[in-house]
Each structure stands twice: as structure tokens, then as C-alpha cells.
Design a protein around this ligand. Structure first.
Ligand code: HEM
Length: 407
């Protein structure tokens, strides 16, 4: 059985993200940003109910592009260790919650697999065949729902193949990946998923120790830190982080980009005619509708950002989505415009924790567009579809993308 976004596991998670209800948080973020680039106040003023671990505290929120960059570039003043209280409870001690120098040592163990030059291998061996197989099923149908049929399932299949998870476990992996990050609103579900993923990884690890393969499980099984192999739990923590990172981000970012294109046939046509613009379109999609709108840091000492004082030990919500629509950096920031002058956006974060999977995500999205243009000629939004839109607060994407095509 293949997972579908309407299944109860995924639908429950999406509801907690405000999908289907929170349609446009950008005006609120813009008002806050114009009031002050950094705000300090009670959690419930800024964060959705899903942020249970931080509820009842005073937090800071960074909203302007400059404030967001300043926080993310300074890992000593704004460490990531606060994730130990939230994601750490279910993922274990991952690179997400490590600070320097520990972070650099562990990230280096897996970094090579995600470098730009490695992407050619993943593209040929995994990404293109996965997407083509999905599109083959749509051949001759004339219509499709691109989230359920394509953008939701394909990135999970890719990360599973990269890790070495057997095909018949992909669906289990997908459900557990989403259950894992449901910990914010359903802790028992998150903890059970953590254990379930551990058991799944243990089987694959044991198998790879007997018979190594060319995958990430083998890479970490053989990795050494100061002459010592990693413990099993350290390996599982890496993959518990890659599970939602692989399942929840590219699916949403590629859906958002497709939504931007399908709702503007002129830009869609321009891209179809000139595919050399695909990289620019991908960056503009990421800027315009960031799939993961915010991340977390903590202040290591009393400090100040953009003239706003933040006391030591304050959780800092770094609003990447607000930074991406800072009108002092982009003209008409609310508009999706693949012809605009490219400027670096915040969707992959900055500094030591800059997204490890960004080259993979970009490549996956490029291949997706190339294959769609090639295999679904005349692709356009289904003219009978009503009120297709993006929604959500922490994660954002469309619930469905009904399309028609020729043939
Ligand atoms: C468009 C898709 C993606 C977006 C927008 C995205 C966004 C981000 C962001 C904002 C961070 C920083 C988190 C923080 O510092 O708190 C991050 C980190 C990370 N991402 Fe991604 N991500 C995407 C795809 C992926 C993929 C496909 C993978 C791998 C399968 C991945 C793996 C990671 C990992 C391992 C980290 C932690 C890096 C570290 O702490 O050093 N990401 N991502």
C-alpha cells in the first residue's frame, strides 16, 4: 500500500499545522516585522498551539531578513541545543541540536553524500527513475492530482532508497516519519514512532553489517570518529532526523512551486519554453512559499539584535518565511515572479546548520519539472477545480493540485 496525504496519519498532522484553516499568515508576519524586526513576548502571541514544548514562556521572534541572518550566522550566541527539549526527545542526539565543534565533526560523517557533486549519482540511480515510474502511471489519464500522485510520495521513496530501506517498508517509514514530528501535539505518538524507526533501522543496519551496500546505512555503519565506530543509537539518530527532513520538505516545496506555476499560466508557459530558467524558478518558489516557515534557537547570553534586547536563555523563533518576504530586500515580495532578480533567500537557513539536503532538494525539484514538462504535455490547473490554495502555519503547502494534460 502506498501512503496518501488524505490518510488519517498525515491528515491529522496537516490539520495541526493549520492546513485547510490558516490560509495566509503573511500579513500578520508583515505587521509584526514592520512593528519591529525582532519581537519579544509570550509564546502564544506568536506560535501555534502545536508548539507545546515552548508554551507559557517568553520567546523572541526574528522576522526581518537581517535579523534572521544575524541569528543563524552566530551559532555561539544563538546555539541550537534548545532542540534537545523538542525534537531531541524523539530523534536522539542529532546534528540539528549539536553546537560547534561537535556539530562539525558529526555532520562531516555524512556530508559527502549530500554534496553537489554526489547528486548526479542520486539523480540517475534513484530520483529520475522514481519520478518517471510515478508519471508512467498517469500516462493517458488526462488528469491527475499532483500532490497525492507525485509530490507527496516521491521524496520519501528517494530518501528511503538512499538510506537503504527495503521497498516494502517505505510506507511504514513515511508514517513513522510524520508521527515522529507529531510529538509537539501528541507526545506518545512521537515516542512510539521513535521506537518504531529505531527497530526498522536496526534491521537494515544488521543486514548491512553482514553485507555492505552503496547506501547511507553502510556509510554510517563504516564511519569512524577518532578511530571508533558509531554506536547504533548514534546512527539511528542521524536517520531519525533524515526521515522528516526527507519526507516533509521537498514534498511541500515542490507542491508550492507547482502551485505558483499552475496558477499563473504565463509564467508556466515561459518556463516550459525556456527550461534554463528552472533553477531560478525553484529559488523563487522557495522564497515565495517556504515549506518550513520557522526554526528554533536559544540565546546563550544576554544579547541584542536589531536594537532589541533578548535575555539569556530565551528561545528564539526564527521566522524564515517572514524574512523571505522582507520588503526592504524584495520588491512586491508577496508576488511569485520567476523573472525577478535573484537574491539569497532564507528557506535553507544560514550558517553551520544550513540545510544538509539543499542540493538534493533542488535536484529533485529540477528533475520533477523536467519530467513533468516532458511527460505531461499541456499541463495546466484543472479548470473545474475550486479554490486550490496553499495553507498552513509551520509547514505550508497545498492540500491538492488537480491538473489536466493532453494525452
Ligand atoms: C526544499 C526542501 C528543504 C528545505 C526548505 C529544508 C530546510 C531546512 C532548514 C531551514 C534547516 C535548518 C534547521 C535548523 O538549523 O534549525 C535544515 C536542516 C537540515 N536539513 Fe533540510 N530542508 C529541505 C530538504 C532537505 C532534505 C531533502 C534533506 C535530506 C534528506 C534535508 C536534511 C537536512 C538536515 C540533515 C538538516 C540538519 C543540518 C544541521 O543541523 O547541520 N533537508 N533544512
Amino acid at each position: 500500500m502506498s501512503s496518501h496525504p488524505d490518510d488519517s496519519t498525515f491528515a491529522a498532522f496537516n490539520r495541526m499545522q493549520g492546513m485547510g484553516t490558516v490560509r495566509d499568515p503573511y500579513p500578520e508576519w508583515a505587521d509584526l516585522r514592520r512593528e519591529a524586526p525582532v519581537q519579544v513576548g509570550d509564546t502564544d502571541r506568536f506560535l501555534p498551539p502545536g508548539s507545546a514544548a515552548l508554551m507559557g514562556e517568553r520567546i523572541a521572534v526574528a522576522l526581518s531578513f537581517d535579523a534572521v541572518s544575524e541569528v543563524l550566522l552566530d551559532g555561539a550566541r544563538f546555539p541550537s541545543s534548545g532542540y534537545a527539549r523538542t525534537m531531541g526527545a524523539v530523534m536522539g542526539h542529532t546534528i540539528l541540536e549539536m553546537d560547534e565543534p561537535e556539530h562539525h565533526r558529526y555532520r562531516a560523517l555524512i556530508q559527502t553524500a549530500f554534496q553537489r557533486k554526489q547528486q548526479q549519482r542520486w539523480e540517475q540511480e534513484i530520483v529520475r527513475p522514481t519520478i518517471e515510474a510515478r508519471l508512467e502511471r498517469l500516462r493517458g489519464a488526462g488528469r491527475a492530482e499532483l500532490v497525492g500522485d507525485l509530490t507527496f510520495p516521491f521524496p520519501v521513496a528517494v530518501i528511503c532508497d538512499m538510506i537503504g530501506i527495503p521497498k516494502d517498508e517505505h510506507d511504514t517509514f513515511h508514517r513513522l516519519a510524520v508521527d515522529l514530528i507529531s510529538v509537539a501535539f501528541d507526545p506518545p505518538r512521537g515516542l512510539a514512532a521513535s521506537q518504531g524507526l529505531g527497530e526498522l533501522f536496526a534491521e537494515v543496519l544488521a543486514q548491512r553489517r553482514r553485507q555492505p551496500a552503496n547506501d547511507l546505512m553502510t556509510l554510517l555503519a563504516e564511519a569512524e570518529l577518532e578511530g571508533t565506530h558509531l554506536e547504533d543509537e548514534q546512527i539511528f539518530a542521524f536517520f531519525r532526523l533524515l526521515a522528516p527532513a526527507g519526507a516533509e520538505t521537498t514534498y511541500r516545496s515542490s507542491s508550492n512551486l507547482l502551485y505558483g506555476l499552475l496558477s499563473d499560466p504565463v509564467q508556466l508557459d515561459a518556463l516550459r519554453r525556456d527550461p534554463s530558467r528552472i533553477p531560478a524558478a525553484i529559488e523563487e518558489g522557495l522564497r515565495w512559499e517556504c515549506p518550513l516557515t520557522g526554526i528554533q534557537r536559544t540565546t546563550a547570553r544576554d544579547t541584542e539584535v536589531a536594537g532589541v534586547a533578548i535575555p539569556e536563555g530565551t528561545p528564539v523563533h526564527v521566522c524564515l518565511a517572514a524574512a523571505n518576504r522582507d520588503e526592504t530586500r524584495w520588491d512586491e515580495p508577496d508576488r511569485f515572479d520567476l523573472f525577478r532578480t535573484q537574491r539569497h533567500h532564507a528557506s535553507f537557513a544560514f550558517g553551520p546548520h544550513t540545510c544538509l539536503g539543499m542540493h538534493l532538494a533542488r535536484m529533485e525539484t529540477r528533475v520533477l519539472l523536467e519530467c513533468l514538462f516532458e511527460r505531461l504535455p499541456g499541463l495546466r490547473m484543472d479548470p473545474e477545480a475550486e479554490d486550490v490554495h496553499i495553507s498552513g502555519r509551520m509547514f505550508r503547502s497545498p492540500l491538492a493540485l488537480p491538473v489536466v494534460f493532453d494525452g
